[in-house]
Design a protein. Structure first.
Length: 251
């Protein structure tokens, strides 16, 4: 009976934390213009079949728009700042931000920090709720956490787990990741890893898996790294050095 009571308490805690943080979690849909060149064999075929004049009209580069999806977390409601991963938005011509209640805001611009794989997307403020950043230096192995985001495009998905390890590094040279076994999948990138106080202690960024989907090893950028990046990117003087990208000026 005692175990059931503890389980009920943990379940209630998960519910309270999810309810508090989910309004600040967004889906980010991006559109990237991709150039496609005809394969050499296809170029030869077009020349033979249509002749030189027809070939010249058909053999040029073609373009299509590639859609992408990720997650983000509102970190400043007053100014409309959404924190996400750099790799979610860095190639995007447009970025559409879908709020937790289904409202859609167009990204006005994005400022990015490639080194730390973080970016700020600016949206129109008004009716927004921000989530507080916690102190990632206080995180301990074994702490319960929730991951919130849009895995495979499924918005407002909540998964639970613990902090499995601290200070993980990757082959790409990034260091000091938080490792968690909370399920993280494609589409979770940029979403928050949240402690049981309802504070964001990490930004879900990558998984280690032989099959490209969750295998129990997720990596999150510590919130204290994110906090420094937010200060840099939202300061007009220093953010220019990190690189700006217009997402979509139309609101």
């Amino acid at each position: 009976m005692g175990g059931l009571e503890r389980g009920d308490t943990l379940s209630t805690l998960f519910q309270a934390v999810a309810e508090a943080v989910k309004p600040a979690v967004v889906v980010i849909r991006t559109s990237e213009r991709v150039r496609v060149e005809p394969e050499p064999d296809m170029r030869d075929f077009l020349r033979r079949f249509f002749g030189e004049e027809g070939f010249n009209g058909l053999s040029g580069p073609k373009y299509y728009f590639k859609e992408g999806i990720g997650s983000g977390i509102i970190v400043d409601a007053e100014n409309g700042y959404v924190l996400t991963n750099w790799h979610v938005v860095h190639k995007a011509q447009t970025a559409e931000v879908i709020l937790s209640d289904g409202r859609v805001r167009q990204g006005r611009w994005a400022k990015s920090d490639q080194k730390n794989d973080l970016a700020i997307v600016k949206i129109r403020p008004g009716g927004l709720m921000a989530a507080p950043l916690g102190d990632s230096d206080e995180v301990k192995v074994g702490d319960w956490v929730l991951a919130i985001g849009a895995p495979e495009g499924l918005p407002q998905t909540v998964t639970s787990g613990i902090i499995s390890a601290l200070g993980r590094s990757t082959a790409g040279g990034h260091e000091s990741f938080l490792q968690t076994d909370a399920a993280i999948n494609p589409g979770n990138s940029g979403g928050p890893l949240v402690n049981m106080a309802g504070h964001v202690i990490g930004i879900n960024t990558a998984i280690i898996s032989p099959v490209g989907v969750n295998a129990g090893i997720g990596l999150a950028i510590p919130s204290n790294v994110a906090r420094k990046t937010i200060r840099q990117l939202t300061d007009s003087a220093s953010s220019t050095a990190h690189g700006d990208r217009d997402a979509d000026e139309a609101e």
